[in-house]
Design a protein. Structure first.
Length: 232
């Protein structure tokens, strides 16, 4: 005889335990209405926020070079710039490059350059230094406390503790010298003291031509030669 499950009070029999656990898992996995609404709002805000952040980053990338313009606009051959609203700009560690009439290179550097406006023909230098390459591969270096570099004529006026060093071992000291970087000449009309392998020389002035291949000493001059100087 087969026994059919009966209904008591209109209620169906309870499902098997396995089916009950499955139903609980399905209910737990379904997001409720509040969670679904929060998730939808999050997605909507991200759709608005992310493009906005990307736009801000693009604007910063484009605008950054213009924000740094004050530090870089005069950096052709210079390391830094200082300028006031009512004064000429000045530059730190300037470097002027050029070539003479024989295409030998020279450079003029300094600690500070002043008087740099475009309509100014000359530049004032503090602690200038000129490096001049010679035809035979040697060099001539001139240093001073102050100087005036004329751009078009490529001349350099040096004053204060002027020193001239030649690669062959000669050194001359004076207080004033005018240098023509184009033809490699220099002149001075104040006392000059020189020393080298030959000895020590004192004069009232000098005239240097052809980048030091020939040097004339003017005024009263005195030469003290070292023993054996000039011998092969």
């Amino acid at each position: 005889m087969t026994v059919q499950p009966s209904t008591v009070g209109g209620l169906s029999p309870a499902p098997p335990p396995t089916s009950a656990r499955k139903i609980k898992r399905e209910i737990a996995s379904r997001p409720d209405g509040a969670s679904t609404q929060l998730y939808s709002r999050f997605v909507t805000w991200m759709k608005v926020l992310l493009p906005g952040v990307a736009l801000v980053l693009i604007i910063l990338v484009v605008a950054w070079p213009h924000l740094k313009l004050q530090d870089t606009r005069f950096r052709i051959g210079f390391s830094a710039l200082k300028a006031g609203d009512a004064e000429d700009p000045s530059m730190l560690n300037p470097r002027f490059l050029g070539a003479d009439k024989t295409q030998q290179t020279f450079s003029v550097t300094a600690d500070i350059a002043k008087n740099l406006l475009n309509n100014k023909k000359s530049v004032e230098l503090e602690m200038p230094k000129a490096d001049i390459a010679l035809d035979d591969g040697t060099w001539l270096v001139l240093t001073a406390e102050t100087g005036i570099f004329t751009r078009l004529e490529e001349t350099l006026e040096l004053k204060g503790s002027v020193n001239m060093f030649h690669d062959s071992g000669y050194e001359f000291r004076t207080e004033q010298a005018d240098i023509n970087l184009t033809d490699g000449s220099a002149t001075g009309s104040v006392a000059v003291v020189g020393q080298g392998p030959f000895g020590i020389l004192n004069a009232e002035g000098f005239r240097l031509i052809d980048k030091g291949k020939t040097i004339y000493f003017t005024g009263k001059s005195k030469l003290t030669m070292y023993p054996g100087a000039g011998k092969p």
